[in-house]
Design a protein around this ligand. Sequence first.
Ligand code: G3P
Ligand code: CA
Length: 276
Amino acid sequence: YEVGAVPSSPRRIQVVAHRGASRDAPEHTLAAYRKAIEDGADALECDVRLTADGHLVCVHDRRVNRTSNGRGAVSALELADLAALDFGSWKEDPYESPDREADPAELSAVLTLERLLELVTDAGRRVDLAIETKHPTRWAGQVEERLLTLLRRFGLDRPEPAAEDDERPRVRVMSFSGRSLRRIQVAAPALPTVFLMNYLLPRYRDGRLPAGSHIAGPGIRILRSHPGYVARSHRAGHRVHVWTVDEPADVELCVRLGVDAIITNRPRQVLAQLGR
Ligand code: G3P
Ligand code: CA
């Protein structure tokens, strides 16, 4: 995985399961990630937050209110508090695997990043991981520090040059915060970073990225209104990973524009549309 290198054609679009197969199973649960792996996703996306006692957990919102039966900010709760909550029951009609009995704990327990790293490491095939740091500025570098400590323990902070049959997961770090990505880049220069964008600010329209960022991460809305952005990014030497792409017309747009990764809540449907 050469940082900054644009892949040679023919392009194989990487399909990334956003919060796991989160259309079918409760987001960020082990069940959602197992389903994504079963579906054939090339990579998994997760958001990470720091608990009050310093654990990285996979939770999107600042508070646990939407996705659990508890209340309060993740940063104010300890891992043991989160472990006592149900992160699955809010989801209506979660899928049932035809192949195996669903483990109720996997559908409802809070997921630590450590457990997710174990899952991708033992997947039996190469499954990459795109880890997004949430609210990193508030913690003055602690999120990145803990993240890198954990990645180092798994030997995942320095992706080796890719051999096609190498099954080890490749990790990349994503953020809306350029500052967070710079911290990662300084401490772990070999780790690819993805700069997420909600809007295309004028200073990035030509495909440039802030220092410390290697890959562009535009929201799909950006590509609808700036379809030339993908080609400009490629010319500037950056891959393009697009989120969150759930509609067939958007998948088609991504294919036409030649993006490098599609981040989706519905990996199975997107893979089918890509003929895989
Ligand atoms: O993959 C990037 C995307 O997840 C960013 O938005 O709010 O879903 O974390 P959000
Ligand atoms: Ca995210």
